[in-house]
Design a protein around this ligand. Sequence first.
Ligand code: 4NP
Length: 149
Amino acid sequence: MTSILMVCLGNICRSPMAQAALYDAAQKAGMDIDIDSAGTASWHIGKAPDERGQKIVKKRASIDISSYKARQVNAADFDQYDYIYAMDEQNLRDLQLIQPLNSHAVVNLLLGNKKSVADPYYGDISDFETVWDQVSEATDIIVKNLAKL
Ligand code: 4NP
């Protein structure tokens, strides 16, 4: 089974939403993917996703993410996951710093091509809507590409 890890800074805003968007896209395609999310920082370990993100995911995909728990990315993730997607370029650089040599995972930006999902933490609910638009478009493409393999 393909395994995919979504990574942002705090693991409470963007990456749990990307995790849910990928879950939604995979379900709709009838595909089984092992999906998780993590943060590069340790600040919010054990916390549920930001309530604004919870609200948008419920509204846009009818998925309850209130039981997701933030965790920090670790070296074992690079062998456990096939693909690790960073939300922004700083996340990508931080991942590359801790990626063990010769590890298994392919590490990339979720949006590709130097594009970042902007951090909505200090923004408002409309920024979380934008995050959903971006991550759901990207995860639909991921699922379509996996279906071709
Ligand atoms: P995330 O958003 O990386 O999308 O989970 C953030 C959450 C918390 C903080 C920054 C970004 N923070 O500074 O605590």
